[in-house]
Design a protein around this ligand. Structure first.
Ligand SMILES: C[S@@+](CC[C@H](N)C(=O)[O-])C[C@H]1O[C@@H](n2cnc3c(N)ncnc32)[C@H](O)[C@@H]1O
Length: 218
């Protein structure tokens, strides 16, 4: 056996899609349910839960970190009239999302464009991260970015798997980071709880959480 070290490379190409239908299957994998059923059950539940926590209105500006095609952004804008900046690593998701959301209160950006806006003073009321932090190869950097994007007293709503699932050239891997601990270090933890099976698929509920946070004042 060779003693050459095995190198694994981060490869987010899995998130590049050609159509809304293909995007839906990547955004909400079927697991022990179906993409359609998860979409039908999870989307209104999350919009309601995010609304209860963030209390968005027409004056609110929210960043949707890892927005996909804007599943949650669309629901939030239609219910609460807020504005949403969707950020996503995938060029094709960013291109498809405005068509899916279909609302002038929504726009997509790359992280570099958001960074430039933050450098020029942009601060938002809240960030949501739905099934997205789990995919980051450098999650501490993304958490720091989220904190920088928030106003003092801004809020973060997270729905995530307990463990990392990072796309690589050899498939999905758990890089071992403890996402809950990293979030609790960076933010004030307001509430943390399970994602119940009636709000998602049974298999997902066993390994997912919802976390509500506030920006630290220090
Ligand atoms: C499972 S999908 C969830 C999409 C959306 N939040 C939803 O719930 O409908 C994960 C999304 O996060 C994006 N993503 C993955 N890693 C990211 C990163 N480091 N920064 C921004 N977006 C990322 C993917 O391209 C994908 O669109």
């Amino acid at each position: 056996m060779s003693d050459n070290p095995v190198t694994v490379s981060y490869n987010p190409d899995i998130f590049e899609v050609r159509s809304i239908e293909e995007a839906k299957r990547i955004v909400l994998t079927a697991e022990d349910s179906t993409t359609e059923e998860r979409w039908r059950v999870e989307t209104p539940y999350l919009a309601e839960s995010i609304g209860e926590y963030l209390k968005p209105d027409a004056s609110s500006l929210i960043v949707d970190y890892g927005c996909g095609i804007g599943r949650i952004a669309k629901e939030l804008i239609e219910r609460y009239g807020c504005s949403v900046i969707g950020v996503d690593i995938s060029t094709s998701m960013r291109q498809l999302a405005p068509g899916y959301v279909g609302n002038a209160r929504f726009a997509t950006c790359s992280w570099s464009a958001v960074d430039a806006q933050i450098d020029h003073g942009l601060r938002v009321d809240a960030v949501i991260a739905i099934w997205s932090l789990q995919h980051s190869p450098k999650v501490a950097d993304d958490i720091a970015r989220i904190a920088r994007a928030l106003k003092p007293d801004g809020h973060l709503y997270v729905c995530n798997l307990d463990r990392a699932v990072v796309p690589t050239d050899v498939g999905w891997i758990d890089t071992g980071f403890d996402i809950k601990a990293l979030l609790a270090d960076a933010f004030v933890e307001i509430a943390i709880g399970p994602m119940l099976p009636e709000h998602t698929s049974g298999a997902i509920a066993e390994r997912a959480f919802i976390g509500k946070y506030r920006k630290r004042s220090d």
